[in-house]
Write a protein that binds this ligand. Sequence first.
Ligand SMILES: [Zn+2]
Ligand SMILES: [Zn+2]
Length: 135
Amino acid sequence: MPELSGKCLCGNISFNADTEIMRAANCHCTDCRGATGAAYATLLTVDEEALNISGAPKAYKHKAESGADLEKLFCPDCGSQMFARNSNRPNTLSIRAGVLDQTSEVRPTFNVFLSSKIESTPVDPDLDGFDRMPG
Ligand SMILES: [Zn+2]
Ligand SMILES: [Zn+2]
C-alpha cells in the first residue's frame, strides 16, 4: 500500500509514492496563484525517485524571479496542476496538496511569499511566515 497517492480531476493521470513528505509550505507567490487559479498553492516536497506517475502530464516551463528553472506538470485533458520541479531543489518534486488522497498528511509548516499574498487570505499566525522564499 503506497503511503501517498492521488490523481487529477479526470483521473487520466495518477501517482503513488512510498515516501514521506519532506516539507510542506503554502506559497502565495504570483506564479503559484496564476498556475493554480487559487489564492495560494500548498506544495508538498517529496523525493522525486520515490514518485511513480501513471499517464503523461504536460509540462509548462518558465523562469522564477530567483533565476531558477521551473516546470509545472499538469493534466492536458482536465487541466489539474499536479507537480512542480525547481532547478534549485534537485531530486525533489512538489505535489500540489489538492490532488493528494491522504488529506491528513497535508500539514503545512510555513507560508512563503507573504509579500505577494491576496490581502484577504487568512494566514495561520502559529506558522512561520516569510516575505519571500527562504534559503
Ligand atoms: Zn485529468
Ligand atoms: Zn509559489
